[in-house]
Ligand binder design. Structure first.
Ligand SMILES: CSCCC(=O)/C(O)=C/O
Ligand code: FE2
Ligand code: NI
Length: 190
């Protein structure tokens, strides 16, 4: 289940909000300008799908977001566990990059077609951790300070939407709050 946990940004031991209720999560996030939606999960995607396979499966939903939000580039990323040291090294490197707090000049719309990941939004002196699971769309507005944890064994397929041809560009703040707050493995284990 999707999970929202909120802490003061200077006290990861004090939980201000913890909810798995989709409507409550959507309402809380709306106050930050963040869109949260749930789409029906399409079964039968390959373990390591191509972008085209993922986009075809979710075509009507993807088209609606593209039309409503004016996106010009859409792709799908996947992390599919492999039992090799090479894969584990690649996964650890990918994880570390997104654990660094950053912003984007573009909105960050992500739909999870499989698996899970946690977006940590650092806004108004609080940290909002959204554990997204398959079927969740999260739209983080441009310039929102955040980090992302895919966990120690990343396993997800995510559709990404962009307003320009440059694709993913992160502006790193240099902060590393990720080391103080419960990580993906901890939140997903509940
Ligand atoms: C779930 S897609 C990979 C994460 C990403 O693109 C990002 O910017 C996280 O903050
Ligand atoms: Fe990001
Ligand atoms: Ni691949």
């Amino acid at each position: 289940m999707t999970l929202l946990t909120v802490w003061p940004d200077d006290d990861p031991t004090t939980v201000l909000t913890r909810t798995e209720d989709g409507d409550t999560i959507a309402d809380e996030l709306k106050q930050l300008g963040v869109r949260f939606e749930r789409w029906p999960v399409v079964p039968g995607l390959p373990a390591a799908p191509t972008s085209d396979e993922v986009l075809a499966a979710y075509e009507p939903y993807v088209s609606r977001v593209v039309e409503n939000e004016g996106y010009i580039l859409v792709d799908a990323l996947h992390m599919t566990p492999e039992d090799t040291d090479e894969w584990r090294a690649k996964a650890a490197e990918a994880r570390q990059k997104f654990l660094n707090e950053h912003t984007h000049d573009d909105d960050e719309d992500r739909f999870f077609a499989r698996g899970a990941g946690v977006f940590y939004l650092h806004v108004h002196g609080k940290v909002y951790a959204v554990l997204c699971e398959a079927g969740d769309l999260l739209s983080v507005p441009a310039n929102t300070t955040h980090w992302f944890d895919m966990g120690t064994r990343p396993d997800y397929v995510s559709i990404r939407f962009f307003h320009d041809e440059d694709g993913w560009v992160g502006n790193f703040t240099g902060a590393r709050l990720a080391d103080s707050f419960p990580d993906f493995d901890t939140l997903a284990r509940r």
